[in-house]
Design a protein around this ligand. Structure first.
Ligand SMILES: *Cc1c(COP(=O)(O)O)cnc(C)c1O
Length: 357
């Protein structure tokens, strides 16, 4: 048995893989593969509509929010968001809480002015900044709700009178939030929702159409809204797999049930990190991510050996990001608690092994 702790692309429910595999051979009993199926057909239009309406239901969105499935990764949204929302003479507030936030900042600067209102770079991004002010005239405040690489997460969403924009790529559908408090939410699918190649965008339609620049057709959210997220050929298969995950989410109790399970998993793992002599959690406790747990070994010379040992027991994907080293265990919605238990037992048995030697 393999326990997949990859950060992204990452684990999805087994039944989603099975249903996706079946649809590659025979989609909806049509005798055709989903890969050779027209996107304008009633069958695929139904897929898109069900996926959009499940997002609406699971996030309890109000009637101002529009749900889109767009091509590209979250990195495309780093550019598309300011292109649609920020005029060249206006400024937007950005929070610098990891490499992804930094990349969002770099792209926003191409379109307008950027105020970096806080940063945790001074401590290698191991905490979430608490005290910062957002200028009143900022067009929006951008946050990365979960910092996939450094393992921090905004446990409370900052209260602001500004428009809120969030990159939720790595914690979408993992916890209950007031999603209507955000004017724009985006998430690359491949962490908690589906395969790479599609973005979920939830946007308050009332904030669109305010910038003066000419926006290329495919980049303008309004065109996608008008066409029901079918402006051009959507990433058909990726959207279909997202639909399967969304159905699974609903059948398993929705976002609140996921949150409960995610808290149990995170508690189990962090408890071991804190109590095992060999390991140290390297993120401020109150800001610890419930999706990506980062930790190191007190004796770094043992890290390679632990990785090998874990791998021999079926544990994959726990090496830290290339910029941080150490370990990162990603425990997304689809990760069963039994796999976290195996990781915890492996950390314990590695300790016993070391004591013997
Ligand atoms: C993975 C990730 C991204 C980048 O996504 P791409 O699909 O590779 O563009 C951006 N933001 C966050 C928070 C991520 O976890």
């Amino acid at each position: 048995m393999i326990h997949n702790f990859n950060a992204g692309p990452s684990i999805l429910p087994k039944e989603v893989f099975e249903q996706a595999a079946a649809a590659i051979l025979n989609f909806n009993d049509t005798g055709l593969s989903i890969l050779e199926f027209g996107h304008r057909t009633p069958e695929f239009t139904a897929v898109m509509e069900e996926a959009r309406s499940l997002v609406r239901e699971l996030m309890q969105l109000d009637e101002n929010r529009e749900v889109l499935f767009l091509h590209g990764g979250a990195s495309t949204q780093f550019m598309q968001v300011p292109m649609n929302l920020l005029d060249s003479k206006e400024s937007a507030a950005y929070t610098d809480t990891d490499i992804w936030g930094q990349k969002a900042i770099t792209e926003a600067k191409l379109f307008g002015k950027v105020d970096v209102v806080c940063s945790s770079k001074d401590k290698n991004y191991n905490y979430i900044p608490k005290d910062f002010a957002v200028p009143n005239d900022s067009k929006y405040l951008h946050i990365t709700t979960n910092n996939t690489i450094y393992g921090t997460q905004w446990q409370t969403i900052p209260k602001t009178s500004n428009s809120l924009v969030a990159d939720m790529s790595s914690d979408i559908f993992s916890r209950v939030l007031d999603f209507n408090a955000f004017d724009l939410i985006y998430a690359g699918a491949q962490k908690n929702m589906g395969p790479a190649g599609v973005n979920l965008v939830v946007v308050n339609k009332n904030i669109l159409g305010k910038v003066k620049r000419v926006i290329p057709t495919i980049m303008d959210y309004r065109n996608h809204i008008k066409e029901g997220s079918m402006l051009n050929t959507p990433p058909v298969f990726a959207v279909y797999v997202c639909l399967l995950t969304l159905r699974w989410l609903k059948a398993n109790g929705g976002v609140a049930a996921m949150e409960k399970k995610n808290i149990e998993k995170a508690d189990l793992l962090y408890n071991e990190i804190d109590n095992n002599e060999l390991f140290i959690g390297n993120v401020a406790r109150e800001d610890r991510s419930k999706m990506n747990a980062c930790f190191v070994m007190k004796d770094p010379s043992l890290e390679k050996e632990f990785l090998q040992y874990a791998k021999s027991l079926g544990i994959v994907g726990i090496a830290g990001h290339r910029t941080t080293g150490g370990f990162r265990a990603s425990i997304y919605n689809a990760m069963p608690i039994s796999s976290v238990q195996v990781l915890v037992e492996t950390m314990q048995s590695f300790g016993q092994l070391k004591m013997k030697n």
